[in-house]
Write a protein of this length. Structure first.
Length: 465
């Protein structure tokens, strides 16, 4: 049965043949040895790979402590959460209701809003930004397509987050000029998309998020502005005490389109998996842009094969985690997206023998909720060493103030967790997640093969102390 299940997967990803066969062989042996176990017990055995790597990562000694972490695994009706640690360095326990600052994962939400506006005829891919937002006086023939594909590099008249007021920040955003027409991942594409969406609809970004994403999916824990009864639950930002995101541009602008959303693990899972299966959330002709590689060239003239046609997603690549955020054993109809706060999500959808498998996964860490003074000390010690090595300094922490639109002074902070939690530190866990999802899918396939009408909903929470 494993051979039949694997044949279609291997045909699409011949470069991962041995790895896929090994994973399914392990799953088959687990089922054979545990024939007396329930579906829930077998599912728990199938996630053992992810659980082992989760524990290793949890015990990893980062240079600055990371308060907590959640890993979410979902295949069809099987939903598993592995949780450890706290929301901050002061002992607030991390839970499934915790609201993570997802940073650049926000870019995908902005893209979905934009696809809806295209479907409703507000604009199309050829529409020029300047025709909707004449405030952007220096963008020339920049189009919606350029923004959606991340097909431009930009420059503003100084840093947006180096101003004294929200008004000045917006004025500086409008000074943006195009440096080149090539693929470049940056914040400006979705910052401009957000401005375009608000201008043409007359609605705020938050209102559009509710209309096109939160209400259709009945999401309970997705916010731009945190309501009073949810403020206790935010994590992943150095600004927990003032209930604002970690990204300084999103803080000063109020909401940026590129960052600034707070979301729980379950809401990320629901949003991610529905993107490939729910036409109410995203029309299928647009959904394919999340999983098909970009047709843009980078600055060196190379085709961008690890990014999606919507420029913020990562797609399958034969080099796997060396090039993208998807292990090479991952399902071909899949994508990943991530944020600088060390949050990431993946989603997939495929069929074997007319049986559909759709799901998602998350890795949610919160390094920006660590102790600010510890992070500051790490910055000082690191830069002393870098100076001795003849290297430029790095910025781990930042403190700044500005006047918002309500004429109130805001004192804010930033902790860049990327400086002490490297992307590569998650590779083994990402690989284990891909293995666990494939094993859960195979278990579901086997179960329905022997009992065609079999169905069981699993909502399992595993806490690691």
């Amino acid at each position: 049965m494993a051979t039949k299940f694997s044949s279609q997967l291997i045909q699409e990803r011949f470069y991962a043949k041995e790895e896929i066969e090994t994973i399914l062989s392990e799953a088959t042996e687990t089922i054979r040895r545990n024939g007396d176990k329930s579906f829930l017990e077998l599912t728990n055995l199938m996630v053992e790979d992810a659980l082992i790597e989760f524990k290793k990562l949890n015990n990893k000694g980062y240079s600055v402590p990371v308060p907590g972490m959640i890993v979410g695994l979902n295949v069809n009706d099987s939903n598993i959460k592995i949780i450890t640690g706290n929301q901050d360095c002061y002992g607030k326990e991390l839970t499934e209701d915790s609201l993570f600052d997802i940073a650049s994962m926000t870019k995908l939400y902005t893209g979905v809003i934009s696809y809806h506006l295209m479907a409703e005829g507000y604009y199309n891919l050829d529409t020029k930004v300047i025709d909707i937002c004449p405030e952007f006086t220096n963008v020339g023939d920049l189009t919606i397509a350029d923004l959606m594909k991340f097909h431009a590099s930009y420059q503003t008249d100084g840093r947006i987050d180096a101003v004294q007021t929200t008004t000045e920040a917006k004025e500086r955003l409008y000074t943006i000029v195009i440096k080149g027409k090539n693929y470049e991942y940056n914040d400006f594409h979705t910052m401009i998309l957000k401005e375009v969406a608000e201008k043409i609809t007359g609605k705020t970004y938050e209102q559009l998020l509710v209309q096109y994403i939160i209400k259709p999916l009945d999401l309970k824990n997705t916010y731009v502005t945190i309501p009073d009864n949810k403020k206790y639950w935010i994590t992943g930002t150095a600004n927990q005490k003032i209930y604002l995101p970690n990204d300084s541009k999103a803080v000063i602008l109020g909401s940026g389109g590129h960052a600034g959303i707070f979301v729980s693990n379950d809401d990320i899972i629901q949003f991610s998996k529905n993107l490939l299966t729910n036409s109410v959330l995203l029309n299928s002709k647009y959904a394919k842009n999340l999983v098909v590689h970009s047709d843009c060239l980078d600055a060196k003239g190379n085709l961008v094969l690890h990014r999606g046609m919507y420029g913020s997603t990562y797609v399958n690549h034969s080099l796997g985690l060396d090039k993208t955020f998807l292990d090479k054993t991952f399902f071909s109809n899949a994508f990943a997206y991530q944020g600088s706060t060390r949050t990431q999500g993946v989603a997939f959808h495929y069929s074997v023998d007319n049986q559909n498998f759709s799901g998602a996964a998350t890795i949610l860490q919160n390094p920006a909720s660590t102790d600010f003074e510890l992070a500051k000390n790490f910055q000082e010690e690191t830069n002393i060493r870098r100076l001795e090595e003849g290297k430029p300094p790095i910025q781990v922490v930042k403190e700044y103030s500005f006047i918002n639109d309500s004429n109130q002074k805001v004192d804010a902070k930033l902790i860049d967790g990327r400086t002490f939690v490297s992307v590569g530190s998650l590779d083994r866990l990402n690989k284990a997640i891909a293995s666990s999802l494939l094993k859960i899918s195979f278990l579901s396939y086997v179960s329905t093969h022997y009992e065609p009408n079999y169905s069981e909903t699993i909502d399992q929470k595993i806490r690691i102390r």
